[in-house]
Design a protein around this ligand. Structure first.
Ligand code: G
Ligand code: G
Ligand code: MN
Ligand code: NA
Length: 254
């Protein structure tokens, strides 16, 4: 398998692309934030990020890849900002676990924000719970410096990982994104509703913004609203889109 050198080349040549999926405020239908997702097509085949992001880590190009994604995210946000409805939109970028313990990350994030002219408060970095478990001291220091920079931090796939509540306590967290496994059966199964509600109660108590992921059907959105979860992401609202199409969606009022 020659995917590894191909990926290294793709990163060096800036051939990884970004698509963008909106996060909606269910109470008014507006786009409050947009998540950046990486796409790589190799020999005509779409390679899933679940596969190529870890591969970028093994190939030694994880920082370069992540810097590219941050740059694309900020550049897109800059362009959307001049559109009606785009000026308050925020952007989120996924952070690979290994970079949560990279002491050089905060400096690079600061430089990219400056270069693209984006206020730090408009960027959310999504990290997973397991990123905090292996080396909590370094993770605490890196996330602390990101927090000082003014960037927001969100825990992705919430409820799915090791769920180390203790390590979550160590970092200045602004938001959680409830894993789509908790949303999937929401309209079929009362037990699913109770689990989701328990996560929402935790989010509320900890004063975190809570986003439900993977919303595909109107009935799921209705139940989320009834449970008091107003932020949602999923194909019901929009699949991940190229920057220009997401811009058009923003301009049309979300
Ligand atoms: O659309 P989806 O198949 O994009 O994403 C699958 C997984 O890959 C998700 O868990 C997502 O967080 C991760 N992912 C997608 N894009 C990126 C990225 O730019 N960086 C990192 N670290 N992970 C990503
Ligand atoms: O980083 P994270 O794991 O949150 O990445 C979001 C993932 O969820 C991406 O793979 C994205 O393509 C996927 N996704 C977005 N909307 C939906 C949806 O409505 N249903 C499902 N099954 N997946 C979705
Ligand atoms: Mn994510
Ligand atoms: Na997720």
């Amino acid at each position: 398998l020659q995917l590894r050198p191909a990926l290294v080349k793709a990163v060096q040549r800036d051939e990884i692309t970004a698509v963008f999926q909106p996060i909606i405020d269910l109470s008014d239908g507006r786009i409050v934030e947009v998540e950046t997702l990486a796409r790589w097509t190799h020999s005509g085949e779409a390679i899933p990020p679940d596969y190529f992001v870890p591969l970028a880590g093994r190939a030694g190009v994880l920082s370069e890849f992540t810097d590219l994604m941050l740059g694309k995210a900020c550049a897109a946000l800059h362009r959307w900002s001049v559109l009606p409805g785009g000026e308050h939109t925020r952007i989120s970028v996924n952070l690979p676990p290994a970079l949560v313990v990279d002491p050089e990350l905060p400096g690079r994030v600061a430089r990219i924000l400056r270069q693209e002219g984006i206020a730090p408060a408009r960027l959310t970095l999504e990290l997973t719970e397991d990123a905090l478990v292996d080396d909590p001291a370094t993770a605490k220091s890196v996330t602390g410096r990101l927090e000082e920079l003014g960037v927001e931090l969100s825990v992705d796939d919430f409820g799915k990982g090791y769920s180390s509540l203790l390590s979550l306590r160590q970092i200045a967290l602004h938001a959680v994104k409830i894993d789509r496994a908790f949303v999937a059966n929401l309209d079929q199964d009362r037990e699913a509703e109770r689990f989701l509600n328990a996560l929402l109660v935790m989010g509320r108590e900890l004063e975190l913004a809570v986003t439900a992921e993977g919303v595909e059907r109107p009935e799921q959105a209705r139940i989320l609203m009834a449970l008091g979860c107003h932020r949602a992401q999923g194909n019901l609202f929009s699949p991940p889109l190229p920057a220009a199409e997401l811009g058009a969606l923003l301009a049309s009022g979300g």
